[in-house]
Design a protein around this ligand. Structure first.
Ligand SMILES: Nc1nc2c(c(=O)[nH]1)N[C@H]1C(S)=C(S)[C@@H](COP(=O)(O)O)O[C@H]1N2
Ligand SMILES: [Mo]
Length: 418
């Protein structure tokens, strides 16, 4: 192999001289690197042919990039949740196989040819649609985040889980293809007294949630595709409700029935669950909209800074159930100095946004936080500010500012600053 060494090395040194100062460290390390000078196994033989994987899978080297659960959190995997590995992703789209799952009675295995959607209640005509019928309404494409109201719920009383996958991973952001709920409702003809909807799922839980009519007529969708392909069984195949900006529980999967009524149904998921118990014994209810929130995904406990001091890319995600995120601030010192992050990628209503902060790390410990501003002017609060209003007993709707402590080695840890 030695005959390869000379030329490769000369080429690299030439490139180094031409390159900017910022890249000097990387180029110097490359000189004499056997990864360049030695012929690697994948160059010595032919690779798999085109049909080796009729449905493509990620590289085996990415096997660690997966949904994970927290076993002690729930008693049984059929009524449980796992988490999106947001520290391994970039941009704004969550790949289908990595979207977190939340099921109350496991994943319904629905045969689309036997699936029906019924519209009943206060309508002129009760109608039952097949999947083929639904696909004859005008079709739309929208990118929206879905956040479970319990996302960050385990952090209410203090820093607990070491990784943004677990503290913030009950979120995904997907492009949905489907039909507008208002078009489907118009086919049934909603009576003037019809002011509420009950959406019901075809899983064993028959998940049900009440939804106000204004929201249904505004931007709700009945979706059958995610990121261009059929919904995954985990996400409600063959059809789910999309309720942009509102808490994930309302996005009924395996949607089988929509009843029109004149008041909310007061079902379990809007009374005993998905409500916030306040210190005075009252509960916040029907808290549908997800408040603006952000988190730094890199560096974070599962994604330490492994490269030492020098040029560093800090990145994270931000979202709001009320609009877009025009601005995110980042602090490296626990809130003493704030810097405006660089937003990059599409800025869409009720969708995830990507931010970056490119800085020169001096190798000293960092206290990282991000703070989202949404298009209504709302600013993401501190966790202490939230606790002052809601008390210590809440679970849901924790959109407080997250802090990561990064030590001299680049290891990150979930902490809170007082
Ligand atoms: N039919 C049905 N729909 C459901 C649920 C369910 O258990 N059954 N879980 C809800 C909850 S609590 C959330 S957070 C979202 C999760 O959606 P995902 O599994 O696509 O992440 O689905 C909602 N829709
Ligand atoms: Mo949820």
């Amino acid at each position: 192999m030695s005959e390869h060494k000379g030329p490769s090395r000369r080429m690299l040194l030439g490139a180094m001289a031409a390159g900017g100062a910022a890249m000097t460290t990387g180029m110097a390390r490359a000189a004499g690197d056997p990864a360049i000078t030695e012929l690697q196994p994948w160059m010595r033989s032919l690779g798999d042919g085109v049909d080796a994987h009729p449905y493509g899978m990620p590289s085996p080297f990415e096997a660690h990039v997966k949904r994970r659960n927290v076993e002690w959190l729930t008693a049984d995997p059929v009524s449980s949740v796992n988490f999106t590995p947001i520290h391994e992703l970039d941009g704004i789209i969550t790949p289908n196989g990595l979207c977190f799952e939340r099921h109350h009675s496991g994943i319904a295995r629905v045969d689309p040819s036997l699936h029906r959607l019924m519209i009943n209640g206060l309508v002129d005509r009760e109608i039952v649609f097949t999947m083929d019928d639904l696909k004859r309404f005008p079709r739309y494409n929208r990118i929206h985040f879905l956040e479970c109201a319990a996302n960050s719920g385990m952090e209410w009383r203090g820093a607990q889980l070491n990784g943004c996958q677990f503290t913030h991973g009950m979120i995904h952001n997907v492009m949905y293809t489907g039909v507008m709920l208002r078009d489907v409702l118009a086919a049934a003809g909603v009576k003037p007294t019809g002011t509420w909807l009950l959406a019901e799922g075809a899983d064993a839980a028959a998940m049900t949630r009440s939804i106000p009519m204004e929201k249904a007529l505004d931007d709700c969708m009945i979706a059958f595709k995610m990121n261009g392909e059929a919904l995954r069984p985990e996400q409600g195949y063959p059809v789910r409700l999309v309720v942009p900006g509102w808490e994930g529980n309302m996005w009924v999967k395996w949607l089988r029935r929509i009843e029109i009524g004149d008041q909310p149904w007061q079902h379990r998921e809007e009374t005993s669950k998905y409500t916030d118990l306040l210190p005075d014994g009252r509960a916040r209810r029907f808290t549908y909209e997800m408040d603006a929130k952000s988190v730094i995904t890199n560096p974070s406990p599962q994604a330490p800074l492994s490269h030492g001091k020098g040029p560093t890319v800090l990145t994270g995600i931000a979202w709001s159930g009320r609009g877009t995120i025009p601005r995110v601030d980042v602090t490296l010192d626990g809130g003493r100095n704030w810097h405006q992050a660089r937003m990059d990628g599409p800025s869409l209503e009720k969708s995830m946004h990507r931010f970056y902060f490119d800085f020169d790390w001096d190798g000293r410990p960092l206290l990282l936080q991000s703070r989202a501003h949404d298009s209504t002017g709302y600013v993401q609060p501190t966790k202490d500010a939230l606790r002052a209003i809601r008390g210590p007993d809440s679970i849901y709707h924790n959109n407080g500012i997250q802090t990561w402590h990064v030590d001299e080695r680049g290891e990150a840890e979930n902490v809170e600053v007082g």
